[in-house]
Design a protein around this ligand. Structure first.
Ligand code: PLP
Length: 401
């Protein structure tokens, strides 16, 4: 047995099978590259679903974490700590908003957004108690908690986890008329991904986000943008909403906010909205801890330079130019995305998404399939053009085009 086989067998025996990882066992990583336990190097074209936008072992982020490790790592919110105010102020400024509520994982931030919208609905909008409604889109992915999967349309994510949380209405993504019809006097929020990541990197039709903004503003409904995967540089902008010059009422952030070092998530909004909270009404033991704040502050500083947004735009243009050429070969039926982010539908004649992912792994490129026939490409934004081209060459080779 190789050490890879031993590791995988032990993982299969002792961990719940809620994932089906590719058979590679990573030992170390740097930049856009990962090295497995047998010394083989792989190009990371997934970047932890965008949690690793700034690459593995990013020097600035590791240094920020290391410096904080020697000072203080956890206080709980029972006390103030000296990185908290800066983190909240800097993140609010990056978002052009006023207030921050820090959590840890993306799902917790989405839960926080849901709770915040409901509380705002009762206390500010005047919705009768227990009647608040939140409108969401089909094919959404907002996380894995009981409430969040209650408004999922993915049978895998949802089946056998009921009873489900009420208070949500699901409309087709990208359909403004359907959204308009669903919004009523009890609606407190519309919760959307500006680009649907897990669904296969679905970009809504032009004008959709701007239309959602107009409608929600007219009806006194909060527009909540889940930018956990689309935000923080991935699409070439700090926020994917910017592509339509849209500013939502609330950003939900996670993944890259923790720099691939620690989980950091947050809800960012106005004083009117986040100001609804009183002590004791919501919280998290780890939310906004000193280590998380130190790393996220460095992430924010990196984003402020605009350097990675620019890379995502330039390399993304190149990526999409190359991918569109693959559709001509017949191996690929559709390519979607924005910036350094793409969903590629593989023609059934050329294999499933999983099979393509496995063949790419044999060629030392790591990607992840989604929904059967789609593979997703989202390398760290630090990737060089040469490495990206090499990765695309491997993709062309496995597709035989
Ligand atoms: C990953 C993701 C989440 C959930 O984040 P976790 O940290 O896995 O809980 C929520 N929304 C979107 C859009 C995501 O991509």
């Amino acid at each position: 047995m190789t050490s890879t086989e031993r590791s995988i067998a032990a993982a299969e025996e002792h961990s719940a099978h809620n994932y089906h990882p590719l058979p590679v066992v990573v030992a170390t990583a740097q930049g856009a590259w990962m090295t497995d336990v047998e010394g083989r190097r792989y190009l990371d074209m997934l970047a932890g679903y965008s949690a690793l936008n700034f690459g593995h072992g990013n020097r600035r982020l590791i240094d920020a974490a290391r410096a904080q490790l020697d000072r203080v790592t956890l206080t709980s919110r029972a006390f103030h700590h000296d990185r908290f105010a800066d983190f909240c102020a800097e993140l609010a400024a990056l978002c052009g908003m006023e207030m921050v509520l820090p959590m840890n994982t993306g799902a917790e931030a989405v839960e926080t957004a849901v709770k915040t919208a409901r509380k705002w609905g009762y206390r500010v909008k005047g919705v009768p108690d227990g009647r608040a409604k939140i409108v969401v889109a089909d094919n959404n992915f907002h996380g894995r908690t009981t409430t969040i999967i209650s408004f999922s349309t993915d049978p895998e994510a949802r089946a056998d986890f009921g009873p489900y949380t009420p208070g949500f209405e699901i409309v087709p993504y990208g359909d403004l008329a359907a959204l308009e019809a669903a919004v009523d006097e009890h609606t407190v929020a519309v919760l959307l991904e500006p680009i649907q990541g897990e669904a296969g990197v679905l970009v809504p039709p032009p004008g959709y986000l701007a239309g959602v903004r107009r409608l929600t503003a007219e009806r006194n409904v909060l527009f909540i943008a889940d930018e956990i995967q689309s935000g923080l540089g991935r699409t070439g902008k700090t926020f994917a909403c910017e592509h339509e010059d849209v500013v939502p009422d609330m950003y939900v952030l996670g993944k890259a906010l923790g720099g691939g070092v620690v989980p950091v998530s947050a809800v960012v909004s106005s004083q009117d909205v986040l100001g609804v909270y009183r002590p004791g009404e919501h919280g998290s033991t780890f939310g906004g801890n000193p280590l998380a704040c130190a790393v996220a502050l460095e992430v924010i500083a990196i984003l402020r330079s605009g350097e990675y947004q620019e890379r995502a735009t330039e390399l993304g243009d190149h990526l999409h130019h190359e991918l569109v050429r693959l559709t001509a070969s017949g191996a690929v039926t559709a390519v979607r995305g924005r910036g350094l982010w793409a969903g590629i539908d593989i023609a059934p004649s050329h294999g499933t998404g999983r099979e393509i992912s496995e063949r790419l792994m044999e060629r030392r490129v790591l990607v992840k399939d989604t929904h059967g026939s789609t593979i997703r490409i989202a390398p760290p934004l630090v990737i060089s053009k040469e490495d990206l081209d090499w990765g695309l060459e491997q993709l062309r080779a496995v597709l035989g085009s």
